[in-house]
Design a protein around this ligand. Structure first.
Ligand code: GDP
Ligand code: GDP
Length: 460
């Protein structure tokens, strides 16, 4: 199954030019294929060592009739549904137009992977448009010139991890569909409806014997539903569906994965990577600690990994039922947390007993809150007002007598929140000033615990 990339965007931004560049002479016109109209072209593309299928939606002429928007929308939606990745192209010389906004809206709702490309970006005329592109909330734009072949490296950098994940998924056995068991215990074919509720993806990680299996069993309880791998998850991942306290969740069971591997004699291969894999696919990672031996090396490593992978993190301290000096212990835990995991400042720390079920309602709420923060979007206007205040309060340094100017800020992505600041001499900015901004964002926009990414961009 080849990876498919659709190039979408309004007429005249340069979609065909990029299509031709990616396909070269390997063009295969497939417009006689069922379901593909003349409006869509398909070709075998190559970029570095990547091979994929590219779909071009360039069949639309620039037209003035009212129906253009409707046709464009339908065509785009079809291309998006056919593709694994969408490359959304805007014209950096023109900047973001209202039509571009319409596209962005469709893509935000409909596509799992979007790469934003600001085309015609050769030369300085593109700078303003490039800045506007950040505010579309589709991540960092690739600065592209399809005509001159510039920015293809950057495009490659963005494509590669998605292609890797796609390959990993294709390697796995054919994905089984979710099977839901209703209250009468009968298998029901209407399971797709449940899947569409888009369960929150949670991984429970921690050292052996922390109590992961006990916790997951308690959460999933009697309605334990063992489901097969989802698309994108390699064959040994085990996840469980649960409507925990009314919230649809998919919980990755790393302990279960290990146990299954043991049975199959594959322990060695899996034990290294199972926690890691669960972290990669989760939205929220619950780091489960044993209250008797908290914050061991292994715990710290996995919490740090979750942060670096950009996941929302909740720390749960288990076996609280047998803890004798609870107040004292809690103070120590919080102190150790702040000291050992400063990168997760403000992340929730919840005490639980997987055995008795005590504290699990608080764990549930902490997961929802962490997920919420992870998805938070701060409006551009509010950010720039905030930035002005921060600059006044504590002006940026002036290396070699030249003050670094921070001009504009926008949130380029969520999950986790990612911000971009346009500034002069980004390479001269000391880490301490970036930390000042990140900590300020965390406090002032109420984003405890979540990883926050801050990128400095020079202009011109
Ligand atoms: P489409 O309608 O989106 O498929 O756009 P086309 O690929 O047909 O390009 C529209 C126009 O933009 C053509 O005149 C191209 O030569 C021009 N164009 C495409 N890419 C670039 C670029 O990177 N820089 C500049 N300056 N012009 C470009
Ligand atoms: P895993 O290896 O992380 O999956 O850990 P298990 O769920 O297999 O639990 C390891 C051991 O800790 C078992 O003996 C459990 O009964 C025990 N355990 C798990 N949760 C609790 C708890 O909340 N309190 C106490 N006292 N023991 C627990």
């Amino acid at each position: 199954m080849s990876l498919t990339l659709a190039i979408v965007g309004r007429p005249n931004v340069g979609k065909s030019t990029l299509f031709n560049r990616l396909v070269g002479k390997r063009l295969a016109l497939v417009d006689d294929q069922p379901g593909v109209t003349r409006d869509l072209r398909e070709g075998a593309a190559r970029l570095g060592d990547l091979r994929f299928t590219v779909i071009d939606t360039a069949g639309l002429e620039e037209a003035t009739d009212d129906s253009l928007q409707g046709r464009m929308r339908r065509l785009t939606e079809r291309a998006v549904d056919m593709a694994d990745i969408c490359l959304f192209m805007i014209d950096a010389r023109v900047g973001v137009t209202p039509t571009d906004e319409v596209f962005a809206e469709i893509l935000r709702k409909r596509s799992a992977h979007v790469i934003l490309a600001a085309n015609k970006a050769e030369g300085a005329a593109a700078d303003a448009g490039l800045i506007e592109a950040y505010a579309l909330g589709l991540g960092e734009p690739v600065r592209l010139s399809a005509e001159h072949g510039e920015g293809l490296n950057e495009l490659y950098e963005q494509l590669m991890p998605i292609a890797d994940a796609h390959d990993a998924a294709a390697e796995s056995t054919a994905p089984e569909t979710d099977v839901a068991v209703d209250e009468a215990g009968e298998t029901e074919a209407g399971a797709t409806e449940i899947t569409e509720a888009k369960p929150l993806q949670v991984a429970v990680v921690g050292r052996p014997n922390a109590g992961k299996s006990t916790l997951i069993n308690k959460i999933v309880g009697e309605e334990r539903l063992l489901t097969g791998p989802e698309a994108g998850i390699t064959r040994d991942a085990i996840s469980l569906r649960s409507d925990w306290l009314g919230t649809p969740m998919r919980i990755f069971d790393t302990a279960g994965m290990r146990k299954k591997a043991k049975v199959q004699g594959k322990l060695e291969k899996l034990s290294v990577s199972d926690g890691l894999r669960a972290v990669k696919f989760a939205e929220v990672v619950v780091v489960l600690l044993d209250a008797a031996i908290p914050f061991e090396q292994q715990d710290l490593r996995i919490a740090d990994l979750a942060e670096r992978e950009g996941r929302a993190v909740v720390v749960a301290v288990n076996k609280w039922d047998v803890e004798e000096h609870k107040q004292h212990k809690l103070r120590d835990l919080k102190e150790a947390f702040d000291r050992l995991l400063p990168q997760l400042r403000g992340a929730p720390l919840v005490t639980v007993s997987a055995r008795t079920g005590r504290g699990l309602d608080r764990l549930h709420d902490a997961i929802l809150r962490a997920h919420d923060v992870w998805n938070r979007r701060v409006p551009t206007a509010a950010l720039n007002r905030w930035l002005t205040g921060m600059l006044e309060q504590h002006p940026p340094p002036a290396p070699q007598g030249r003050r670094i100017k921070l001009r504009y800020m926008t949130q380029a992505k969520t999950r986790p929140p990612g911000f971009v600041v346009m500034c002069s001499h980004p390479d001269k900015m000391p880490d301490s000033y970036s930390r000042y901004l990140v900590n300020g964002l965390r406090d002032d926009f109420d984003m405890p615990g979540t990883p926050i990414r801050l990128t400095l961009r020079g202009q011109g």
